[in-house]
Write a protein that binds this ligand. Structure first.
Ligand SMILES: Cc1ncc(COP(=O)(O)O)c(C=O)c1O
Length: 382
């Protein structure tokens, strides 16, 4: 069995209920949600509603109708940015953002949107005071990721939300690395838009994700088409979630996501964070004993989720990744992790890093195996 430490890319294994739920959906249900009045379509609609409802509870979102399904966090972020921003408006992001944020924003910049990128420190931490100073009369949106997919560093979303609220600027969070790891209360924190992905720590299959939208904000659709509702009209409906969900949903994926959410909520999100931080503490303590290893990100595991980047001496990270899999059966991700801005921030843009990322199914034995492997690779360079 491989030691899977690439959960920041996509989680594996999935919770035990996910595969049976997807199989059961395909074998016994299979209708198109919202597209007919027969039993299969109604059962499918009920199942998708229950998943929306579970997500609403998980994030304390404003209502299930305002949780819009997408195929991943990237689509959710595009839906938000293209549906909300207009030319000449100003948006603020951190220097740790993933290309899921930076690429749509660079495109929007070419169409007249103005962008400020707030520098984080070399560990990937954000000073909220710098965000406050960047706000100007045209600022319409502040968007930051909740935790870095490169260093695992947590960003201060509550402090930035308070700054946004005071300035009457909308606040969005890219929770790709924290949904299912950190408790997130949209209403208590003051998050207007929460983009999440279903296939990482929520435990669902690939092809699931979504955008949770606050009660008093509106978006233009990114995609127009059939919704199963208001079929007499050729004009896009203006009610949610239909307005933003044209075309047939990934119902089989949502069935898997729903089962994953049930399992996650039974386990308890705070327990996921505690488990990941404990493993990161163990990993960091062990790595400190290997002089050739440079570890990036905050030293205190309480400032991170279960993601850690390192390099071993001057070994190319790609070579380390190949050796880890071939010689030790340890699966990691190497390179720039779709986040060039983050690597520029922590000083690894030229070479990238080897990233280890855990889930709630990762064990202490997995971490010990990773430590032994890194130690052996480092020793072989002496
Ligand atoms: C911080 C962050 N944002 C966005 C994404 C994009 O997620 P997805 O691939 O599910 O669209 C990722 C994926 O790794 C991520 O780590």
């Amino acid at each position: 069995m491989p030691v899977y430490l690439d959960n920041a890319a996509t989680s594996w294994p999935k919770p035990p209920g996910v595969i049976p739920a997807m199989q059961d959906y395909l074998e016994n249900c299979g209708g198109n949600p919202g597209r007919a009045g027969h039993g299969k379509a109604l059962a499918s609609a009920r199942m998708t509603y229950e998943a929306r409802d579970a997500l609403t509870t998980l994030f304390n979102a404003s209502s299930p109708d305002r949780v819009v399904f997408t195929k991943n966090a990237t689509e959710a972020i595009n839906l938000l940015l293209f549906g909300f921003l207009n030319p000449a408006e100003h948006v603020i992001v951190s220097s740790m953002e993933h290309n899921a944020v930076m690429r749509p924003l660079r495109e929007l910049e070419s169409r007249g949107v103005r962008l400020s990128v707030i520098p984080c420190d070399a560990c990937g931490r954000l000073d909220p005071g710098l965000v406050k100073r960047a706000i100007c009369p045209d600022t319409r949106l502040i968007l930051i990721l909740h935790a870095s997919n490169v260093t695992g560093a947590l960003l201060p979303i509550a402090e930035v939300a308070a700054i946004a609220r005071e300035a009457e600027v909308r606040f969005a969070v890219d929770a790709a690395q924290t949904a299912g790891v950190c408790p997130i209360d949209m209403q208590a924190i003051g998050i207007d838009f929460l983009a999440f992905t279903g296939h990482k720590s929520l435990g669902g299959p690939q092809g699931t994700g979504g955008l949770a939208i606050g009660a008093d904000v509106n978006l233009r659709p990114l995609i127009f088409g059939g919704t199963g509702s208001a079929s007499e009209s050729e004009i896009q409906p203006d009610f949610l979630p239909d307005k933003l969900e044209s075309g047939t949903l990934n119902a089989v994926g949502i069935a898997g996501l729903g089962a994953a959410l049930t399992d996650l909520m039974d386990f308890g999100v705070p327990n996921v964070l505690a488990h990941e931080q404990k493993l990161m503490g163990l990993f960091r303590d062990g790595l400190r004993e290997i002089p050739e290893v440079e570890v990036y990100g905050p030293v205190n595991p309480r400032e991170t989720v279960g993601v850690l980047s390192l390099n071993i001496g001057d070994l190319p990270c790609e070579e380390v990744g190949v050796d880890l899999e071939r010689d030790f059966g340890i699966l990691t991700r190497t390179g720039l992790h779709c986040a060039p801005a983050a690597h520029r921030t922590i000083g690894t843009f030229g070479r990238g890093t080897v990233r280890f990322s855990v889930s709630r199914f990762t064990t202490e034995a997995d971490i010990q195996a990773a430590l032994a492997a890194v130690s052996q690779l480092a020793r072989s360079r002496r």
